[in-house]
Design a protein around this ligand. Structure first.
Ligand code: ADP
Ligand code: MG
Length: 243
C-alpha cells in the first residue's frame, strides 16, 4: 500500500496544498481531477519530492519519508520507488524507442547492455510497440511516443507510476491506445496515479476518482459514484462545467 499523509506546500505566500492525504492499494488506478490551478501537478510532484513538501509524509514500499526530516538518501529511495510520465513525453529525440527505454536501466541501474536490451524489448511488447523498436520519436505518433514514455517509466520497476495529463497533448483518436496500455498495466497490478482533465479517460482508466479543489481533496469515490451522484456542490459544479 502507498500512503500519502497530510501534504502541505506553499510557493511564497501562495498556499497550494492544504493537507492532502491519499492511500492507494497495490494495483489501484486513481485519477485526480479538478480545476486548473487546484494543485494537482504540485501534489504529484510532492510525492517524489520533485517539489519538496513543506509538511507531510510519504510511505511507499517500506520507505517512510517525512518532509521535515528527509535526507538525500530518503529522497533517492523515493525517486527509485516512483516513476513519472509527463504530458510532453520527454523522450530523448536522438534515441530510438528501445534506447529510450534502456536509458534508465543503463544509467540509473548500471545494468549490462544485453540484459537492458532484453528487458526493454519485453516492455516494448507490453506497450504494443515491438515493431517500432528502432524508430526515433520523430517517426512515431503522439500516442506511440507516450507509450514509449510509459515504457520508460515501467523500466525502473517502480512501486507507483505518476502520470501528469498523459493524454492532453494527444489528438482525441490517439487517447484510446494510451488508455489500453494503462488498462493492461492495471491488469498486471501496477499502481498508478493519473492527473487528467479528460473525464471520459478518468472514468475508463480509474478504479477511483479524486476531486481536488483549492489545494484539498474535496471528494472521492468510484467513477460511477462521483460522476453520476457527486455529493459535494463543488464537484457537481466542476463536472457540470467541464461536460
Ligand atoms: P494544477 O496542476 O491543478 O493546474 P498546479 O499544481 O500546477 O495546479 O498549480 C497550483 C498553483 O501553484 C498555481 O497557482 C501555480 O501557479 C502554483 N505553482 C505551481 N508550481 C509552482 C512553482 N514552481 N513556483 C511557483 N508557483 C507554482
Ligand atoms: Mg497540472
Amino acid at each position: 500500500m502507498i500512503e500519502i499523509n497530510n501534504i502541505h506546500k506553499s510557493f511564497s505566500a501562495n498556499k497550494v496544498l492544504n493537507g492532502v492525504s491519499l492511500k492507494l492499494n497495490k494495483g489501484e488506478v486513481v485519477a485526480i481531477i479538478g480545476p486548473s490551478g487546484s494543485g494537482k501537478s504540485t501534489f504529484l510532484r510532492c510525492i517524489n519530492f520533485l517539489e519538496k513538501p513543506d509538511q507531510g509524509e510519504i510511505v511507499i514500499g517500506g520507505i517512510r519519508v517525512n518532509a521535515q526530516s528527509a535526507t538525500k538518501e530518503d529522497v533517492w529511495q523515493l525517486r527509485k520507488a516512483t516513476a513519472m510520465v509527463f504530458q510532453s513525453y520527454n523522450l530523448f529525440k536522438n534515441k530510438t524507442a528501445i534506447e529510450n527505454i534502456m536509458e534508465p536501466l543503463l544509467v540509473v541501474q548500471k545494468m549490462p547492455l544485453l540484459e537492458a536490451r532484453n528487458i526493454a524489448m519485453d516492455i516494448l511488447e507490453q506497450v504494443g510497440l515491438a515493431d517500432k523498436r528502432d524508430s526515433y520519436p520523430s517517426k512515431l505518433s503522439g500516442g506511440q511516443q507516450q507509450r514509449v514514455g510509459i515504457g520508460r517509466a515501467l523500466a525502473v520497476n517502480p512501486e507507483i507510476i505518476l502520470l501528469d495529463e498523459p493524454t492532453s497533448a494527444l489528438d482525441p483518436e490517439l487517447v484510446g491506445e494510451v488508455l489500453d496500455v494503462i488498462k493492461r498495466l492495471a491488469e498486471k497490478h501496477m499502481t498508478m496515479l493519473i492527473v487528467t482533465h479528460e473525464m471520459r479517460f478518468a472514468k475508463d482508466a480509474a478504479n477511483r476518482i479524486v476531486f481536488m479543489d483549492d489545494g484539498r481533496i474535496v471528494e472521492e469515490g468510484s467513477p460511477f459514484e462521483l460522476f453520476s451522484s457527486p455529493k459535494n456542490i463543488r464537484t457537481a459544479k466542476f463536472l457540470n462545467d467541464v461536460r
